[in-house]
Design a protein around this ligand. Structure first.
Ligand SMILES: Nc1nc2c(ncn2[C@@H]2O[C@H](COP(=O)(O)OP(=O)(O)O)[C@@H](O)[C@H]2O)c(=O)[nH]1
Ligand SMILES: [Mg+2]
Length: 287
């Protein structure tokens, strides 16, 4: 029974002390014999540094000289972790840390256990909802599975699996989305446990437009990596459909069939399908 818990921290002077104390108290009370708390201070510029230095709680501190990002910090933590089971949670007081022991008990039967923010009390800012909805739909289609919460920051997984996906895990906030899709497209088992989600103190570091575009890009890239046909086949079909529409329309309504346009669209459609099949083949051979 042993667990490494990693907390990425960037400018959390209002929350950090409480978070560490809470983690320590909860883990001490639990059945876990061995645990380590790894705090990754990601170039904070506020009083986070001071608070961490003054803390009397026993934790391993990793310091980044400059801000490298949420995912980069978790990756630094994973590299330094002693134990095979890894938990991650945020430093902002939004996740119910008391769920971790219960989640730990489930990890032997699953590849990842995720706290999904679908509990009774979930305080997600309204402004985030449209983007969250869209990203969710896209991810569900591409993963072929209804994901209850794609980017929850409270989750447990095994170190060996994280290391297996290390190269494709990004440095930014898309870390959680990417590890979810990587596991789902590799037929691994994820258990979702409903949790509550509290309102954060201090400002969120998510930049709505930039991070949303980043999420979308990484969702597509991850699926492209593990299940390329999911992307290439629909694009090819859309081109084929447009080519058919142009053909029929110009045949019926115009003096001349737009044969150049029709051919270009048709050939592109076939070529994209061929590239997709090639990508699929590379993927199958590498696994
Ligand atoms: N290491 C690191 N952690 C970050 C960074 N930005 C945010 N965090 C931490 O990641 C967690 C989630 O960030 P937050 O701003 O709350 O995002 P939100 O929960 O999606 O609104 C918090 O614990 C932050 O301290 C960063 O650039 N680097
Ligand atoms: Mg947060």
């Amino acid at each position: 029974m042993s667990l490494s818990i990693i907390v990425p921290v960037y400018n959390e002077e209002k929350n950090i002390k409480k978070t560490i104390t809470k983690i320590d108290t909860i883990l001490k009370k639990s059945d876990l014999k061995n645990y380590e708390i790894i705090i990754v201070n990601d170039g904070s510029t506020d009083n986070t540094n001071k608070t961490l230095k003054q803390s009397k709680i026993n934790f391993n501190l990793i310091e980044h000289e400059r801000n490298m990002g949420y995912g980069a910090s978790i990756k630094s933590g994973i590299k330094k972790s002693k134990y095979n089971v890894i938990a991650i949670t945020d430093a902002d007081g939004t996740y119910p840390i008391e769920k971790i022991p219960e989640m730990y008990n489930k990890i032997k039967n699953y590849d990842m256990v995720v706290g999904s923010r679908t509990g009774k009390s979930v305080k997600i800012p309204i402004i985030r909802k449209p983007a969250k909805w869209f990203i969710g739909k896209l991810a569900n289609y591409l993963a072929g599975f209804k994901i209850p919460d794609i980017n929850s920051g409270l989750r447990l997984f095994k170190k060996e699996d994280a290391l297996r996906f290390f190269k494709i895990l990004p440095n930014g906030f898309s870390f959680t989305t990417t590890i979810t899709l990587a596991m789902l497209t590799n037929d691994m088992q994820i258990k979702y446990i409903p949790i509550n989600y509290m309102k954060r103190k201090g400002k969120s570091k998510i930049r709505p437009i930039r991070d949303t575009l980043n999420f979308i890009q990484l969702i597509i890239r991850t699926v492209m990596y593990f299940n390329p046909l999911k992307i290439f086949v629909p694009v090819s079909l859309i081109l084929l459909l447009i080519s058919l529409i142009v053909f029929i329309y110009s045949y019926l309504a115009l003096p001349k069939i737009l044969d150049t346009t029709v051919s270009i669209l048709f050939i592109s459609s076939i070529q994209i399908l061929a590239i997709g099949m090639l990508a699929d083949m590379i993927n199958k051979r590498n696994n």
